[in-house]
Design a protein around this ligand. Structure first.
Ligand code: FES
Length: 109
């Protein structure tokens, strides 16, 4: 696997290396020490771990059943994915949605 980069645009474009495309985005966010909402404990039941896809949507794994369900219910927008469900096999740029920002973190643009 080539070097894959996860960039979080509104966290000062912080870059995280993805080394295993079988691991979820939230795994890498945790490994990098980034606080990220995950109310249901990464079980695909809450949508609080959602991120906006800025670039590289085609490099993400297919929607899981949980994500399909929330899309249908209108709780996951077409430009959003769940960090506990989605995996990346190529470079992606993501952003923390406005409504899911944590109060103690200073986000950039
Ligand atoms: S942490 Fe609840 S859906 Fe991802």
């Amino acid at each position: 696997m080539e070097k894959v980069k996860l960039v979080i645009q509104n966290l000062n474009r912080q870059e995280i290396a993805i080394e295993n495309e079988e691991k979820t985005i939230i795994f890498y966010l945790g490994e990098a020490g980034i606080d990220w909402m995950q109310s249901c404990g990464q079980k695909g039941r809450c949508t609080t771990c959602a991120f906006e896809v800025i670039d590289g949507a085609e490099n993400l794994s297919q929607l899981t059943e949980a994500e399909e369900k929330f899309r249908t219910l209108g709780r996951l927008r077409t430009n959003e994915r769940l960090a506990c469900q989605a995996k990346a096999k190529g470079n992606i740029v993501i952003s923390v949605p406005e409504s899911l920002k944590l109060p103690h973190i200073k986000y950039s643009k």
